[in-house]
Design a protein around this ligand. Structure first.
Ligand code: SAH
Ligand code: SF4
Length: 382
């Protein structure tokens, strides 16, 4: 008989499972705490549960982690795990320690179907969605591993960002119970402000997330106009910038934070010119949206054919946005000695979309398009 992996359930789902076993719903809360707060996977250990329930669980359920293929620790304390999700697919999660927080970057899919030009996950193509249990297993393992590793009794991971492999809003059904488990006080108890969904802009799902489970939102913008964004983030052809920004505004009515974070990956000669900064300012003003900008130095990989913007240009771009009144930060690159920085997560994906092949062809046929629409004689400020 196949047993149910209890990591697949949020508290509501676990309560329904307990009811099916003929148990009271409140038993689910105890069980949930054992699993997520204490990291237990052996029902025999859960001594305050009735023996009869433990016996039922032993034959109907399991708590199954993902096998760890590799673990790498960076000089700066960043740790990256590669997890086996079967059939030749592997996904990555990254722990980033800082003085005042511990952030886990979590994957939502094996690969990604969006195919952004500057992202190594996108270049690998798409294999499949992760299940709720596979998303939660990354946090479950990392939290309990780190408590032992760092010899701590209290919570180590205070923030989760859905910025690993995959587009979380293209795996919505699995994502929402996983978020609920992260937020639940009987599990990880993370505040909504400290759980961030990062999306390339799946407009209808932004609205659904606002209604079902609002958490902090980061939107991968990367371009100030549709022509350039169509090329960098192909999903833009379906949901253009104006629609995306309006969805962001609607989301803010539900969001735990009063701004959206716009991520902007700085690509040398592509989207990093003074004119692009001016267009961005105009865009944000015309939509009157409350936001912050996070500039990400591009982490290059050979297949992309793209280069990182030089640091002075990144700083000039940041200054242009700041001077126009937009709060702007430049993301520190962490863990790049272990390929754990943004966009370097490649895992191992049995591509079912032949993305690598298609993208290689695109690079040949569209080599010049990325320079659109930089004005040759951009007027200087000052
Ligand atoms: N699919 C989601 C979340 C995963 S990507 C999204 O696109 O938002 C997480 C972040 O890393 C995104 O902002 C993405 O644009 C950025 N990113 C991807 N490739 C990158 C690279 N090579 N260098 C720097 N940032 C990158
Ligand atoms: Fe997918 Fe995000 Fe990478 Fe784009 S940046 S290919 S949406 S993971």
């Amino acid at each position: 008989m196949t047993t149910a992996n209890l990591l697949e359930f949020d508290l509501e789902g676990l309560a329904a499972f307990c009811e099916k076993l003929g148990e009271k719903r409140f038993r689910a809360t105890q069980l949930f705490r054992w699993i997520h707060q204490r990291g237990a996977s052996d029902f025999a250990q859960m001594t305050d549960l009735a023996k009869s329930l433990r016996e039922k669980l032993a034959t109907t359920a399991r708590v199954e982690a993902l096998p760890v293929i590799t673990q790498h620790e960076s000089k700066d304390g960043t740790i990256k795990w590669l997890f086996d999700v079967g059939d030749g697919n592997a996904v990555e999660a990254v722990f980033i320690p800082e003085d005042d927080r511990g952030t886990l970057c979590v994957s939502s899919q094996a690969g990604c179907a969006v195919g952004c030009r500057f992202c190594s996950t996108g270049h690998q193509g798409f294999s499949r969605n992760l299940s709720t249990g596979e998303i939660v297993a990354q946090l479950w393992f990392a939290e309990h591993f780190l408590r032992k590793h760092l010899k701590r009794d209290d919570r180590v991971i205070s923030n989760v960002v859905m910025m690993g492999m995959g587009e979380p809003l293209q795996n919505y059904t699995a994502l929402v119970p996983a978020l609920r488990t992260m937020l639940d006080d009987n599990a990880y108890g993370l505040s909504r402000r400290r759980v961030t969904v990062s999306t390339s802009g799946v407009v209808p799902m932004i609205d659904r997330l606002g209604a079902d489970c609002p958490v902090a939102m980061a939107v991968s913008l990367h371009a100030p106009n549709d022509a350039l964004r169509d090329d960098l983030v192909p999903l833009n052809r379906k949901y253009p910038i104006a629609e995306l920004l309006e969805a962001c505004k609607r989301y803010l009515a539900h969001a735990p934070r009063d701004f959206i974070t716009f991520e902007y990956c700085m690509l040398d000669g592509v989207n990093d010119q003074p004119e692009h900064a001016r267009q961005l300012v105009g865009l944000v003003r015309s939509h009157n949206i409350s936001c912050k900008f996070n500039l990400i130095p591009f982490n290059p990989f050979p297949a992309s054919g793209l280069l990182r913007s030089p640091q002075p240009r990144v700083l000039a771009f940041a200054r242009a946005l700041s001077e126009a009144g937009l709060v702007t930060t430049v993301r520190k690159t962490r863990g790049d000695d272990i390929d754990a920085a943004c966009g370097q997560l490649a895992g191992d994906v049995k591509d079912r979309t032949r993305a690598a092949e298609r993208m290689a062809q695109r690079r040949v046929s569209e080599r010049t398009v990325v320079l659109h629409p930089v004005r040759k004689t951009a007027p200087q400020e000052h």
